[in-house]
Design a protein around this ligand. Structure first.
Ligand SMILES: Cc1cc2nc3c(=O)[nH]c(=O)nc-3n(C[C@H](O)[C@H](O)[C@H](O)COP(=O)(O)OP(=O)(O)OC[C@H]3O[C@@H](n4cnc5c(N)ncnc54)[C@H](O)[C@@H]3O)c2cc1C
Length: 475
């Protein structure tokens, strides 16, 4: 029999084994549904293999090296030598443990794992090509399907990732030596995180950005803190310039050419150019024509509050289903899709989706900003606590930034928070819980926080909003 003739059936078919897909598959199997997960590449998707986890591993390594060499004030005199190949090996070890863990968890929960690329044949079946010469294909019929095919790096004209000096975030996380000079195209969160890593490892970093500031989705007083620190670390910013091409140069490196809107050219010498201009959803390789499903003008699959596409039994979760393209948003959507398929009363609620940028210092936000609260018809009251008034922040040697809470003046309900400073990515969990639970400023202010900890800044910001701060002057 020809391998392509094999046809199997499943209750739930999940396409893509990243954070959206593997979570959906595990939850569906936990609910007693016969579940099949098709993954063409590595379990864990972008997040575990070339995104969240590897980037945070290198951020930790670069931080440690930088801290150790800048701790004279604490009486520490060190000049660490960084072996980049070994750091990448260490990072790969973490990735392997996690991706192996995902595979084991899927199997232990009874998910059928199929390696291959799925394309729709019709509304109730896919063809899975097993990849590689002579490996054949199979058909899988399903009652419900969860599309979790994620996103890929956007390519810009004249910067082909196949060319050696041109790298994307994936290659930047796998370099076995530290480049002397790096041009980073794009000052979004991936560009900023990786610029900080390489600046701390001693690379001469130039960031080229078409807009006039870093991290445009964040409030100015937040991005300013990060930009200032990046400049202190030696990062050179060139705003209002777009990268137009690169050329080999006589010194063995390359020259990156940029252009302003008025056509003015500049050139920057480099050894590598890292393109970090964003990511686009993966929908083109799914055979969507066969089911008549069309992505929207930005390429995303539109979904309702139940993660359903316009075809009732086909769901979409994670990066392919729209912004914010974050792993924890994918987790949540995967869980909701699986529970809805299982007939449970689950639904999506985007009120409290935290976001973190692992720059130095970190940024983390959740819920509404003051402007958004105003726009939504609230009368916002704001409380702020600077890290330079926190005893714990001083003992960590990191006092830049602040914690801000935004609440509704009438009810005291916390609507959102923005933190820029040490451990912001961890601290935001308290604010997310407050927003999710409908906690008030009074609730947070009345909660006894351990002293001395960074988390006290959240309590102090709540007290500040109420005009009751003790350790800072009230507003
Ligand atoms: C450098 C970097 C750093 C990041 N840092 C963070 C962070 O700190 N925090 C955070 O929340 N997010 C971070 N992200 C974003 C995060 O990685 C994504 O939001 C997340 O991986 C999305 O999960 P997903 O399941 O939607 O898709 P993906 O992780 O992209 O997984 C999709 C999977 O589907 C598979 N696939 C695609 N098409 C098919 C097909 N036809 N058949 C079978 N399989 C298919 C792919 O091989 C892939 O494994 C980062 C991303 C990058 C690039």
């Amino acid at each position: 029999m020809v391998v392509g003739d094999i046809s199997t059936g499943t209750d739930v078919l999940v396409i893509g084994g990243g954070p959206g897909g593997y979570v959906a598959a595990i939850r569906a199997a936990q609910r007693g549904l016969d579940t099949t997960l098709v993954e063409k590449d590595d379990y864990g998707g972008v997040c575990l293999n070339r995104g969240c986890v590897p980037s945070k591993a290198l951020i930790t390594g670069a931080d440690l090296a930088h801290e150790a060499s800048h701790a004279e004030e604490m009486g520490i005199h060190a000049d660490p030598a960084v072996d980049m190949a070994q750091m990448v090996d260490w990072k790969d070890g973490i990735v392997d443990r996690l991706t192996g863990g995902v595979e084991k968890l899927c199997k232990a929960n009874g998910v059928n794992l199929v390696k291959g690329t799925a394309t729709f044949k019709d509304e109730n079946s896919v063809r899975v090509a097993h990849g590689g010469e002579g490996q054949g294909s199979e058909s899988i019929e399903f009652d419900s399907c969860v599309v979790a095919t994620g996103s890929r790096t956007i390519q810009i004209p004249n910067f082909d990732y196949a060319d050696d000096p041109v790298i994307g975030s994936k290659e930047a996380l796998d370099m076995d030596s530290i480049p002397e000079r790096l041009v980073v195209v794009g000052a979004g969160y991936i560009g900023m995180e990786l610029s900080t890593v390489f600046a701390k490892l001693g690379t001469d970093v130039t960031v080229v950005e078409m807009l006039d500031d870093v991290l445009p989705t964040y409030e100015d007083d937040i991005s300013t803190v990060v930009k200032r620190r990046a400049k202190d670390l030696g990062v050179d910013f060139q705003f209002g310039e777009g990268a137009s091409e690169w050329r080999e140069s006589s010194d063995g490196g390359i020259t990156v050419v940029t252009e302003t809107e008025d056509g003015e050219e500049s050139t920057y010498p480099a050894d590598k150019v890292l393109v970090a201009v964003g990511r686009s959803p993966v929908t083109d390789t799914l055979g969507l024509d066969a089911i008549g499903l069309e992505p929207n003008e930005r390429g995303f699959l539109e979904t309702d509050d139940y993660a359903r596409t316009e075809i009732d039994h086909i769901f979409a979760v994670g990066d392919v289903a729209g912004e914010p393209m974050l792993a924890h948003k994918a987790f949540k959507e995967g869980i909701v899709a699986a529970e809805v398929i299982a007939g449970e009363p689950a639904a999506l609620d985007y009120q409290a989706v935290p976001a973190a940028v692992f720059t130095d210092p970190e940024i983390a936000t959740v819920g509404m900003t003051e402007a958004e609260a105003e726009e939504a018809g609230f009368t916002p009251v704001v409380g702020q606590m600077p890290f330079n008034a926190s005893g714990r922040a001083m003992t960590t040697g990191h006092t830049e930034g602040f914690c801000r809470l935004v609440a509704d003046e009438d009810s005291g309900f916390i609507l959102g928070g923005q933190i820029v400073g040490p451990e912001a990515s961890e601290l935001i969990a308290e604010v997310a819980l407050a927003v999710e639970m409908g906690a008030t400023l009074e609730d947070v202010a009345a909660t006894i926080h351990t002293h001395p900890t960074l988390a006290e800044v959240v309590q102090e910001a709540a007290e500040n909003a109420e005009g009751q701060a003790i350790h800072t002057l009230n507003r």
